[in-house]
Design a protein around this ligand. Structure first.
Ligand SMILES: NC(=O)c1ccc[n+]([C@@H]2O[C@H](COP(=O)([O-])OP(=O)(O)OC[C@H]3O[C@@H](n4cnc5c(N)ncnc54)[C@H](OP(=O)(O)O)[C@@H]3O)[C@@H](O)[C@H]2O)c1
Length: 346
């Protein structure tokens, strides 16, 4: 693949809508002339992209909570970039910005709600931390656990997708807030080792080799108070067999479905246990809590400064590897937050 030159722009555009697992074959690698900003617009050099399971949902023709990516359009992604040229007041060449960009070396954007200067809280830290510890997945962990899950000190907390961006932070916040035990479910021995030896979890279950329900029972004989579910399927069913009276099941995501379709993923089999234990099962979208992001970030920033919240990232180098990185979320290639590095700031 050709390196970018000063007057050329490289992009991944959507070739076709993936019927199943998303991969490089669903995108075209195209080279086009450098775009020019119009009135009120800025030209941005891409530095880093966030890699998120929700991007898979943007590839469905029917769309979801935002419009689908069109065939032929450069793949949309959250990113951090640097202003190269500006026709917009308040933006100067060299400024670092974050917001909705696209899988291209250079992107022309109109500043607005979706694009802001790099936030104050993170400007003293590596740029990638904007996506990892100061990003939406940390806020998802925070609000899902503390608000939707109503976690209290002394609770036994179980998390699926535990070695990923959201799950690894759920476990850490649970410990900070005084959980009596935190158990993580993840795929593979290395991820389980990381959870216990570095991530601060008390126990880990390998869903690929362990009997999940049996292992939960072993680690939490009285049942769990909060189950934070990123995965669905077998993990959810196993957790539903190990609930405590008054427990809360937080539906954050269902990545085991592959998000290949909005329609008819298999539902949980063991949901009748919610009745037996007077338990609640509740979903949430992090964007529902937007009004409280600032307050949460202040607390998260404090934990980072005190060294209580560890940062874990998997950084994939090169725009050319962006589709493979996205696929990697669905095949477990990441530990912590998956990030694509495109270039260093000037
Ligand atoms: N509700 C919200 O507002 C909100 C916001 C952000 C994210 N989410 C959801 O939260 C979940 C985690 O997102 P994230 O951004 O933090 O991604 P992530 O956990 O960093 O990455 C995805 C992880 O999912 C696991 N996975 C993939 N296929 C799986 C399968 N079939 N069974 C079990 N695990 C599987 C993989 O780990 P293993 O190697 O362990 O399999 C992979 O590392 C996703 O479901 C996402 O959709 C929800």
């Amino acid at each position: 693949m050709a390196a970018s030159t000063h007057n050329q722009n490289r992009s991944w555009t959507l070739k076709e809508r993936p019927p199943g697992l998303v991969g490089p074959e669903h995108f075209n690698w195209v080279t086009s002339p450098m775009p020019e900003p119009g009135p009120g617009q800025i030209l941005v050099k891409s530095l880093y992209f966030s890699c998120d399971p929700t991007q898979r949902g943007w590839l469905h023709a029917e769309g979801g909570y935002i419009a689908p990516v069109a065939i032929g359009e450069a793949m949309r992604a959250g990113g951090v970039g640097q202003v190269v040229a500006s026709n917009a007041p308040g933006f100067e060449p060299g400024d670092l910005i974050q917001g909705t960009l696209a899988w291209s070396d250079f992107v022309v954007v109109t500043p607005g709600a979706g694009l802001t200067p790099v936030t104050k809280v993170s400007k003293d830290y590596p740029l990638t931390w904007n996506f990892s510890v100061f990003g939406l997945t940390t806020l998802t962990a925070y609000f899902g656990l503390l608000h939707t899950g109503e976690m209290k000190a002394g609770d036994v907390v179980l998390v699926s997708g535990a070695a990923g961006a959201t799950g690894s932070v759920v476990g850490q916040i649970a410990k900070i807030k005084g959980a009596s035990k935190v158990i993580g479910i993840a795929g593979g021995a290395e991820k389980c080792r990381w959870l216990v030896e570095e991530g601060g979890f008390d126990a880990a279950i390998d869903y690929k080799t362990d009997d999940i329900a049996l292992k939960i029972k072993e680690h939490a004989p009285q049942g769990v108070d909060v189950f934070f579910d990123n995965v669905g399927g077998d993990c959810l069913d196993a957790a539903l067999m190990n609930l405590k009276a008054g427990s809360r099941v937080v539906i954050c995501g269902g990545i085991s479905t592959g998000y290949a379709s909005w329609s008819a993923p298999e539902g949980p089999k063991n949901y009748m246990n919610l009745i037996l234990h007077g338990a609640a099962m509740k979903g949430f979208l992090v964007l529902h809590f937007m009004a409280e992001f600032g307050k949460a970030m202040a607390e998260i920033g404090q934990w980072v400064r005190e060294g209580k919240l560890k940062v874990k990232e998997t950084v994939v180098e090169g725009l050319e590897n962006a589709p493979a990185a996205l696929q990697g979320l669905f095949t477990g290639k990441n530990l912590g937050k998956m990030i694509i590095k495109v270039a260093d700031p000037l």
